[in-house]
Design a protein around this ligand. Structure first.
Ligand SMILES: [Zn+2]
Ligand SMILES: [Zn+2]
Length: 463
């Protein structure tokens, strides 16, 4: 059996894991690196869409593997065009550093992801310009308990884990040469930490040859907790006389639920961005996602903030990209959005009544809301992980806060396990070897586990 890591080596994110057994190959995750290519590309200086994969291959942004990509995208490149040479690609969760490049895959290669991940990615595709699912003739969804047999050499069992996006998974991969366990991104302090415990229990039973484990926070002993975020922010909100503005990731529904709880506790209403509303509206039927349903059913207290878009008059056509394809928001599925509409001006008139979740790129809405002195901005996202905001953005955000009477306060719990939690996980599963991924400190694993293999990008690890 052979393992090659094409991303997530010495960096946080960009995971691409190739596993070969009996002459067949599968790939786990197909993400975009946050750092690779940053010395050449910036903001609107990007690889050209019209050049297919030419720029991506030139700068080594994707692995140069024949039989992996859509032949249409290879026209200008030197990469051999061929039939698929991979038995399947498996996506662990809906963060871009694990799935951004699935649009490049050969349409005939079977692509697997969790049902929740698929729902989230469909919404992201319709609400953003940067992500596309792409064309896949064999796209299938799994749940915990699924067993996916691929080719003659692979049986893959996805097992749920807790992370900062709903529907995250790790994988247990069975081959004739033994088992490989892959963690995806994992934490133990969220509301669903029992899912991660489940994963560990299932993984230790197979006595894996290799554990490919994320180590985002292997250098940090800080034990995070969602309850701490709740308590810290609740205190701050209680002390605030006027408007409360919050920055959270649109896909982090656990954090959104934390702010929903705070809003109820303080008797405030919650205003959420249109994009977030689309995400929770698409997940509200999911029987495993009570949080989304809980927030969405509270029509008295949860409103949808419509930013002032193109026409300036909040017309349907302004928001079409945010709504399910081909359906205006007058369609029955999305009428709920309009019914719950609120604007910055309306929020501004009753500042003491709201907690307002506001996206960085819509900070201009503050001009109309006019926060009064004694208002608060709660920054509740990580500064370096998952869709990072950079230093310049952070400075700009602080400038907006200063200009609009918003006290700036940070409270966040990571989507990743800390050092002690990772040590417990490794020692419970006790694999023959540990292969660190998604970390800039791989050597730190040696502090608590002796058999670590340090991967090099694209180099085979033979097991
Ligand atoms: Zn990640
Ligand atoms: Zn993630």
């Amino acid at each position: 059996m052979k393992i090659k890591l094409w991303g997530g080596v010495g960096e946080i994110g960009g995971n691409i894991v190739e596993i070969e057994a009996g002459g067949e190959r599968v790939i786990l995750d197909f993400g975009q690196s946050f750092s690779r290519g940053n010395e050449y590309f910036y903001e609107f200086l990007k690889p050209r869409i019209g050049a297919g994969l030419l720029d991506y291959l030139e700068f080594d942004l994707i692995p140069p593997l024949p039989g992996l990509y859509d032949p249409k995208l290879l026209r200008l490149t030197n990469l051999e065009v061929s039939d698929p040479r991979f038995a399947g690609v498996f996506i662990s969760h809906a963060h871009g550093d694990h799935c951004m490049f699935i649009k490049f895959l050969h349409p005939e290669i079977p692509l697997y992801m969790g049902e929740t991940t698929r729902s989230i990615l469909e919404v992201v595709e319709t609400t953003s310009h940067s992500f596309q699912i792409g064309e896949h003739r064999n796209l299938a969804c799994f749940r915990t308990g699924s067993e996916i047999s691929i080719g003659n050499n692979f049986l893959i069992r996805p097992v749920h884990v807790d992370h900062s996006v709903p529907g995250a998974y790790g994988f247990i991969v069975e081959t004739p040469d033994g088992y490989i366990v892959y963690s995806g991104d994992i934490r133990f302090h969220g509301p669903l930490s029992r899912l991660s415990q489940d994963f560990v229990e299932k993984a230790l039973k197979v006595r894996p040859k290799a554990l490919i484990l994320e180590g985002t926070r292997v250098d940090s002993s800080r034990k995070d907790s969602e309850e701490r975020v709740f308590n810290d922010c609740l205190d701050k909100v209680k002390q605030t006389r006027n408007l409360v503005v919050v920055g959270v990731y649109p896909k982090d529904l656990d954090r959104l639920h934390t702010f929903y709880r705070i809003s109820r506790e303080c008797g405030r209403k919650l205003a959420i961005p249109l994009k977030t509303a689309c995400v929770i509206d698409s997940l509200k039927e999911d029987p495993h996602l009570d949080l989304a349903r809980h927030i969405w059913e509270d029509k008295e207290n949860v409103f949808v903030h419509f930013h002032r878009a193109k026409s300036g008059d909040f017309l349907e056509k302004d928001y079409r990209p945010c709504i399910l394809k081909d359906q205006g928001f007058s369609s029955p599925e999305r009428a709920c959005l309009r019914e719950r509409r609120i604007t910055a001006e309306e929020i501004g008139k009753r500042q003491e009544e709201y907690i307002w979740v506001l996206d960085f790129f819509h900070l201009t809405e503050l001009v109309e809301a006019k926060p009064k002195p004694g208002s608060l901005y709660l920054f509740s996202m990580s500064e370096i992980l998952e869709d990072p905001i950079d230093e310049l953005e952070s400075e700009i955000l602080k400038n907006w806060c200063q200009r609009f009477n918003l006290e700036y306060f940070v409270s966040h719990a990571s989507g990743h396990a800390c050092r002690e939690e990772l040590a417990d996980l490794v020692n419970s599963i006790n694999p023959e070897v540990l292969i660190p991924i998604h970390t800039v400190h791989p050597q730190k694993f040696l502090d608590f586990f002796p058999k670590v293999i340090f991967p090099e990008r694209g180099k085979s690890i033979m097991l």
